[in-house]
Design a protein around this ligand. Structure first.
Ligand SMILES: Nc1ncnc2c1ncn2[C@@H]1O[C@H](COP(=O)(O)OP(=O)(O)O)[C@@H](O)[C@H]1O
Ligand SMILES: [Mg+2]
Length: 364
């Protein structure tokens, strides 16, 4: 086990150091360790007696040594704490009620409420998956009723006075207009690429959709970008969200991110080192049922919301296709890019899927 610490410690020792620091009962022997799992960044353990989860950062992520940066860890964990709090205001119990962290070169960890065991996608019926999606869609809609607890826009960082804020200081309207222009530029690059697809049709779709993109109907909220199935606990009592990537952004954009990921992205990255374990290709029906439910829950019968969402999902598709095209044109890929996106061959195959999706993208 490789933990991010300056000390030489066994798994049991580092867990017990954290428990001691929290004033909790230590584990007496290795057989008492209950490993829940690991993501790209943390090892997670169940502290049975208190029903808590202890997460300890890994020394290596994406095949690279993690650099200990106090500010970054604090910003990251404080953002998680803030999101959990906001999320539980929007829907009580959707996130862990309790979350604390400790950041130090010798010992860094987070400790939070255990929210249960996840029913894997493969063990869900599509009706169940759709139900989870609906709950999550309703939750994303409820988040839009809450004012953001911080100033600014974008990912969260620590300001000069130690305060948390969004990385950008920009008027939202101005930001959306600029971002729309960037999406248009990305699409133009794809349209002038040698890849063959029905460019005429895509130009028309883009024109119709981008011209009605939601601007004045948007406001900044605290929301979450990382809702991959590993970070959703599909519990028998409903969906729970853990390990968020919080940011200050518009509701529609992040709802679209969710839908794009569940409808298209996850199953297309089934062959990457990052997602290989999850077998998303086998669970395409569950993923899509989840997205379908999400749309129902999020739009809640509103025609306007449904149109706004459709435009925004199109933009996610454009930007993902563009990212793939850019990566393909690079001389070589970094190790992290290969782990996340796969080989050039896989990138090309995936880009072709996205271009087909663009071609058949519906106007509403
Ligand atoms: N609060 C929690 N309740 C239940 N399970 C959890 C909790 N936190 C983490 N886990 C489990 O541990 C795994 C890894 O934790 P996670 O926080 O997602 O790590 P990483 O930051 O590396 O992605 C999760 O996918 C989940 O299965
Ligand atoms: Mg995770």
């Amino acid at each position: 086990m490789k933990f991010l610490t300056t000390e030489t410690l066994t798994e049991l020792e580092i867990i017990n150091n954290a428990l001691k620091n929290e004033g909790l009962e230590e584990i007496s022997s290795e057989s008492g360790i209950k490993k829940l799992g690991e993501g790209a960044w943390h090892f997670a353990y169940l502290i049975d007696k208190e029903q808590l989860v202890l997460r300890i950062p890994k020394k290596i992520a994406y095949d690279k040594k993690v650099v200990f940066n106090r500010e970054e860890f604090i910003a990251d964990y404080a953002a998680t704490k803030a999101f959990y709090k906001q999320a539980n205001r929007a829907k009580k119990g959707i996130c862990p009620e309790h979350f604390e962290y400790f950041v130090n070169e010798e010992l860094t960890y987070t400790i939070e409420s255990y929210v249960g065991k996840s029913i894997g996608l493969g063990d869900q019926t599509t009706t169940q998956s759709k139900r989870y999606g609906t709950e999550l869609g309703e939750f994303f809609l409820a988040l839009e009723n809450l004012d953001p607890p911080y100033k600014g826009l974008g990912y969260l960082k620590i300001g000069e006075k130690g305060e948390i804020k969004g990385e950008l200081e920009m008027d939202l309207r101005e930001f959306i207009l600029e971002e729309t222009k960037e999406y248009q530029d990305e699409l133009d690059v794809l349209l002038s690429s040698p890849y063959e697809f029905n460019k005429k049709k895509v130009i028309k779709t883009a024109k119709d959709l981008i011209s009605v993109r939601s601007i004045d109907r948007e406001k900044i909220i605290l929301t979450n970008q990382d809702t991959s199935p590993e970070n959703i606990i599909f519990s028998k009592n409903g969906a729970r969200i853990i390990d968020p990537y919080p940011l200050l952004y518009t509701g529609t954009s992040l709802a679209a991110n969710y839908i794009f990921n569940y409808q298209t992205f996850f199953y297309t990255v089934h062959n990457t080192l990052r997602y290989r374990k999850s077998n998303y290709y086998l669970h395409i029906h569950q993923l899509r049922a989840n997205a379908e439910g999400f749309i129902e829950g999020y739009t809640n019968g509103s025609k306007q919301k449904s149109k706004d969402l459709n435009v925004e999902v199109f933009l996610k598709l454009v930007t993902m296709a563009y990212t793939h095209y850019q990566l393909l044109n690079k001389e070589s890929l970094s190790r992290e890019q290969i782990i996340r996106y796969g080989t050039k061959e896989q990138l090309k195959e995936r880009l072709e899927i996205y271009l087909k999706e663009l071609e058949k993208y519906p106007l509403d």
